[in-house]
Write a protein that binds this ligand. Sequence first.
Ligand code: NAP
Length: 435
Amino acid sequence: MRHIAIIGSGPAGYYTAEAAQKLWGEDVQVDIFDMLPVPYGLIRTGVAPDHQSIKAVYRRYETTSLSGNVRFVGNVMIGNDISVAELQELYDAVVLATGAPHDKPVGMPGEDLGNVFGSAAFVGWYNGHPNFAELNPDLSGRNAVVIGNGNVALDVARILAKTRTEYAGSDIVAHALDSLEEAKTAKITVLGRRGPHQIAMTPKELGELGHLARTSPRVDPADLPELGEDMLLEPGQRKSVTHLRNFAAIPEGDRAAKAIDLEFDFFAAPRAILGEGKVTGVEVERTRLEQGRAVGTGETYVVPADLVVICIGYQTSPIAGVPFEESAGRFANLDGRILPGLYCVGWARRGPSGTIGTNKPDGFGIVERIAEDIGGGARKAGGAGFDALAAERELQVVSFTDWKKIEEAENARAREDSPREKFVRVDEMIGAVKG
Ligand code: NAP
């Protein structure tokens, strides 16, 4: 028997558990820890609420959880309730699958002004993450600015752009839906420090902007490279750029019928966030590309802003005693190995890139390395040892069966057109377990 602890119940954690089951069958016991009483990490609180088909992958993780040798151990904060060193005493391998839940620091003057948010907080707010349920962004202003040209910037811009009716079928939480319905947004500016060929937005998601009820996307034709240059792009990127070309070609008359103008401002590097107490604008420097890099031209201007969401990428949270690579925002590791018996996987290993599916080979790879390192295993106390310690410390551990009660309660209170209404506070979740 091998005993494996996985910290984090998102995609990387669950694919690692699945790989351990495939390799060792019944000769492994896996405990998947999460600080929240609810599983699935990024799938629950990161993936956009109007992208339910992507979220459906949780069913695969559920199958893993329902097999006999994988346990969900929720509501346990590593580093607070139990240390990594203590877990290493109990398990043959400890795998950090903690994702990248924090924003990369932007280091810009004014970033602390009111109504300026990082994407982790803003996405967490509309997705019901308990840490951000009280964010209360003020959406009463006309001008929203989204910084970044990645898929998260795209998610945030689309969420601001949709009508209540367009949220049918989504699981956006009620507090966000109500605020968005009351919002007075008329202009969403998406700032990209480079050009249309350098966006990090996938075509399917970008194409959605062309079909919104009250919002029209806008691209300045002058920002687009010569059409022939698109042939140099890989096919997915070429499709994305084709969407931008289509947006540039929308007639002004068609735009006039839409209440919200969603403008892609390319070659636009944010330099400072302006305002007193609360944001009023973003100072931007025009850029040009030099060998693929954005270089400032010295020309600056101000984009009016009542709300700013900074979507420039994420980083992993450091854990005391675990080597961390600051510059890359992930644990210092060699192919997932951090220290003897301590591993990392997914975004915690390689930084926040790739799709959910990228975590599958990652999980299978780390299990192969663990197998090389621990061989026959069978040396440690595993879950029984953890249970004894949890009882001694009076931890309120949430099991997978408990989670199913939370899920049932969330499904039961769903709006008519929604699969679930998430609990957004930990005490509500625990309350649902107790019934
Ligand atoms: P990302 O893909 O790394 O994009 C970050 C964006 O921020 C880039 O456009 C980058 O520009 C820009 N940026 C970075 N530093 C900046 C600065 N100081 N000033 C201005 N702009 C700056 O990160 P993400 O959007 O957070 O996405 C993270 C991962 O999740 C990605 O792999 C993404 O594809 C994935 N994701 C996928 C989906 C989906 O498939 N539906 C949805 C959400 C997220 P440069 O290129 O110039 O550096």
